[in-house]
Design a protein around this ligand. Sequence first.
Ligand code: NAD
Ligand code: UDP
Ligand code: UDP
Length: 331
Amino acid sequence: STRSPCGPRVRGRNVAGKVPLGVRKKNLRIVVTGGAGFVGSHLVDRLIARGDSVIVVDNFFTGRKENLMHHFGNPRFELIRHDVVEPILLEVDQIYHLACPASPTNVVGTLNMLGLAKRVGARFLLTSTSEVYGDPLQHPQVETYWGNVNPIGVRSCYDEGKRTAETLTMDYHRSLGIEVRIARIFNTYGPRMCIDDGRVVSNFVAQALRKEPMTVYGDGKQTRSFQYVSDLVEGLIRLMEGDHVGPFNLGNPGEFTMLELAEVVQEVIDPNAKIEFRPNTEDDPHKRKPDISKAKQLLGWEPTISLRKGLPLMVNDFRQRIFGNPKTVLV
Ligand code: NAD
Ligand code: UDP
Ligand code: UDP
């Protein structure tokens, strides 16, 4: 077992504390809340591949068993249907906390996972969001920027929930010495992304495949920075394994207007795909682009997959989920 019989463990060191830097304990036990979701399932793939034991806690609110089915039967993998709003007792070394409904219960789930981290001495990583910057008055966004969030807007529940989750995380760290990490994730796309939750990349890709017009909200000149999911997973693991609390921006600094995104989707999927303008939603941030200097410097991390390289990598997955698997031809 990797656990000492009582109390928190000293991470990455043997009894004499002489293990050189960078050598980590083998075979960690890791819980991934929200592990049946888009990002979580890719993270689980990486952790299982490197030899760790992974417990996924998910209530399938937006996640899907299909995202994890390839691990069923692996003795190092366990899937628990559970709502993180309810307390749970587990024995683990690390907690990746991704479970997040866009509702105030977000905060309760985070509190429970921090309570779990405290009880077993696990390291806790919060997946926060670029939305903590709101409609930013600083561009690009640096971690030291406090943000411009409307507390009573239609998006506030998610934004303020994550801001409160960050606050709780830092309070547990400062007052109880819990080892914590905070990632501020910028728009991420890739295979297994929800097809119908209204995010712009999934909408455009699904619309182009279905030969429907791509719905551009507003004038389409608002910008976002799109990160491929494997780059994010690499960043999350480096953050968890590293020595820095954060918060760290994890995102791709390449900045695109929604019209430019639509053009890339045309290039990749269908040059004849049409564009249709729709009224924009309230409080839509005008610009968003991460400053990732801190992650570059302290985690040695930066994205490697551009939008033009990454988009084609999700098209097959979307095609199969929209049109069904092509029949296997036996020869
Ligand atoms: P997702 O919806 O695919 O995954 C979230 C998972 O959490 C789902 O499997 C869902 O079933 C589960 N879940 C929700 N509420 C739960 C609860 N109460 N108890 C247990 N499980 C619950 O979303 P994702 O894109 O994979 O996002 C993962 C995390 O990253 C989230 O915390 C999200 O806020 C954050 N994030 C994602 C992006 C992005 O662009 N994908 C950007 C910023 C932040
Ligand atoms: N908690 C949990 N699993 C644990 C330990 C705690 O779900 O292994 C929950 C606990 O039920 C509480 C929350 O985490 O709702 C915060 O726990 P903590 O011990 O920090 O606070 P307290 O219970 O002292 O208010
Ligand atoms: N958007 C769009 N068409 C869509 C969905 C979204 O033009 O079909 C726009 C939306 O108005 C926003 C941007 O795309 O300006 C990103 O939206 P998304 O919900 O994907 O991410 P977020 O706003 O959370 O960054």
